[in-house]
Design a protein around this ligand. Structure first.
Ligand code: NAG
Length: 257
């Protein structure tokens, strides 16, 4: 039976969108709360971030999603370098795989939110296939490269050494730091553009162990395909500070006036 929508309810729904998107029913859709940009890739919105956390809270069996909303908005902040701590080093310090120090307490308090966000990033369509061999599912993160990879590729990454790759399981109970989550946000597609450019071969899950290892050494250790770093974009908005000369001047100048 088709549902009849009251136009007033529809208008209200548009205004209350984030709240509507946050209901568990809508959260069950994998791309809920995301819109498709010009590139066709899904981009999460603020509502998606919220609904993702709420959905995770509901999945985790929390009595009320409200408890997520009530949590402090601030992320744990990095501790200053040891030299500035004046010997007062917190007894319980936690160091992320990327080398940032945090108070373990802060990281623990934020754990539920951090895991909810990690899973939200991991479930994005661009992160559902291994960044290296395109297999599913992606169960490990290589945090220093911002890639989600399959179990098999993760084991090759481990063999490369932590100076090349810093793997971290996505499915366990590991604590995640804000710096690590930040590194994972751009996702596999962005990381592969930076690591592979246009010319590198793309692997499929049936690649042999030897060929896979060789590819990963080329990709991550030798950076064989990484395009040269592009210079920063010219700051377009700044040009408004210096307006071009009025057009009339040029117009009359062309007649020698
Ligand atoms: C983190 O703490 C360790 C141990 O105190 C220290 O050696 C290291 O330099 C700190 N790292 C940063 C980035 O401050």
């Amino acid at each position: 039976m088709q549902r009849v929508f009251n136009p007033i309810h529809l208008a209200a729904a548009a205004i209350l969108e984030p709240v509507v998107a946050a209901t568990p029913k809508k959260a069950a859709t994998p791309v809920n709360g995301q819109h498709r940009g010009p590139t066709g890739s899904a981009t999460p919105t603020g509502a998606a971030a919220l609904s993702g956390r709420l959905a995770a809270a509901v999945r985790n069996g929390e009595s009320s999603p409200r408890s997520v909303l009530d949590e402090p908005v601030d992320q744990p902040r990095a501790l200053p370098p040891e030299s500035l701590l004046h010997g007062v080093i917190p007894a319980t310090m936690w160091t992320s795989k990327l080398g940032t120090n945090y108070s373990l307490d802060d990281i623990r308090k934020n754990d539920k939110r951090a895991h909810a966000e990690l899973q939200r990033i991991r479930w994005r369509p661009d992160n559902s296939r291994c960044a290296d061999c395109a297999a599913t599912p992606t169960v490990w993160a290589i945090v220093n490269h911002g890639t989600f990879v399959c179990l098999r590729c993760a084991s090759v990454h481990r063999s490369l050494g932590t100076h090349i790759s810093k793997p971290k399981g996505c499915t366990g109970t590991y604590l995640w730091g804000p710096d690590e989550l930040q590194a994972m946000r751009p996702g596999n597609r962005a990381a592969n553009i930076a690591l592979l450019g246009d010319s590198a071969p793309r692997l499929t899950p049936d690649v042999s162990d030897a060929a896979l290892r060789e590819h990963l050494v080329d990709k991550y250790e030798k950076k064989r395909w990484a395009p040269a770093v592009r210079p920063p974009e010219p700051p377009d908005l700044m040009t408004f500070d210096e307006p071009p000369p009025p057009p009339e001047e040029d117009f009359f100048a062309s007649f020698g006036v």
